[in-house]
Design a binder for this molecule. Structure first.
Ligand code: PLP
Length: 317
């Protein structure tokens, strides 16, 4: 990212997992590659998952379900209390519906995994073979997608002769970072990964990632390969809470869009990029080559138009 590198004085590269393909892409596509294979193997005819109203994971799940001919039901938790019409029906929600998925709304703070089990039981009683995917697709099966990403990243670095000093990305339900760290450790790579938090406080976020990384390493056949100190999260950029846009996130969206022509989303990738930008300005990456893993999410922008004041973009020449 030449122009962003110049602006921040750090050698910045980007891994475009916002271009993974399914329904505008994003990080859930890599996880779903493994999760949907498991669903096929188990003979499922319906998948169910859950997330926030503007869940990118739900949208990518709906797209995979369409491609494989599964029914798809998504349980949406109202974590923001926005009554904005676009937030509730545009962006990812519009795309969920276009892919043929059904959605169901729940108030914030609801026990969503329990609600999902109840819904799955109901559909099983009607004769469906339901495959339940946890929020964010974050379990050892899904995390294998990011073990693969680590292998791919190292292969690309080797091919191009790029010496990567650090990988930075937005972390949430933890499968992305858990898979990446597991893959890098399994390959005996010393590249550190910094997750920028989007919801939980640091001790909880790091513990979630570490626990899932340990299970993923076991599934991969190399138990114990991840050490606690391999898991690092910075949660200073969450702001007021999950899904609530921040000033620094909005600035990050504008910088990526105006300097690189790349779109971020207010909920995840913008907060990850806000951490990247702020830490770069504070000299945390001095003389480093940093790879920002773009986890996607721009499909949510249409649900967050209220967060941007673009009135000065209308001009009469
Ligand atoms: C889900 C998501 C993340 C977080 O990834 P996890 O594996 O849940 O930690 C980051 N960015 C975007 C755009 C996402 O949709």
């Amino acid at each position: 990212m030449k122009r962003l590198s110049e602006a921040l004085g750090v050698d910045l590269w980007i891994k475009r997992d916002d271009c993974t393909g399914m329904s505008t892409g994003g990080n859930k596509t890599r996880k779903l590659e493994f999760l949907m294979a498991e669903a096929l193997e188990q003979g499922a005819d319906m998948v169910m998952t859950q997330g926030a109203t503007q869940t990118n994971h739900g949208r990518q799940t709906a797209a995979f379900a369409a491609k494989l001919g599964f029914k798809c039901h998504i349980l949406l938790e109202d974590r923001t209390s926005y009554d904005d019409a676009n937030y509730n029906t545009n962006g990812n929600v519009l795309l969920d519906h276009l892919h043929g998925a059904t959605t169901e709304k729940f108030p914030g703070g609801h026990d969503m995994p329990a609600e999902m089990e109840r819904a799955a039981e109901k559909m099983r009683a009607k004769g469906h073979r339901v495959y339940v995917i946890p929020g964010g697709g974050s379990n050892p099966t899904g995390a294998l997608g990011y073990v693969n990403c680590a292998f791919e990243l190292l292969a690309q670095a080797n091919e191009t002769g790029l010496k990567i000093d650090r990988v930075v990305h937005a972390t949430g339900s933890s499968g992305t970072q858990a898979g990446l760290v597991t893959g890098l450790c399994a390959m005996n790579s010393a590249v550190p990964v910094l997750g920028i938090g989007t919801r939980a406080p640091q001790p909880k976020q790091e513990q979630m990632v570490y626990d899932l990384a340990c299970k993923t390493a076991e599934k991969l056949g190399c138990p114990g390969v991840v050490k606690r100190e391999d898991v690092m999260a910075n949660t200073d950029y969450v702001g007021e809470g999950y899904g609530l846009p921040t000033q620094s996130g909005i600035e990050a969206i504008r910088m990526f869009a105006e300097l690189e022509g790349i779109l971020l989303d207010p909920c995840y990738s913008a907060k990850g990029a806000a951490g990247l930008i702020d830490l770069a300005r504070k000299g945390a990456f001095k003389d480093e080559t940093v790879v920002f893993l773009h986890t996607g999410g721009a499909a949510a922008l249409g649900g967050y138009d209220f967060a941007f004041d673009n009135t000065d973009r209308w001009v009469n020449l």
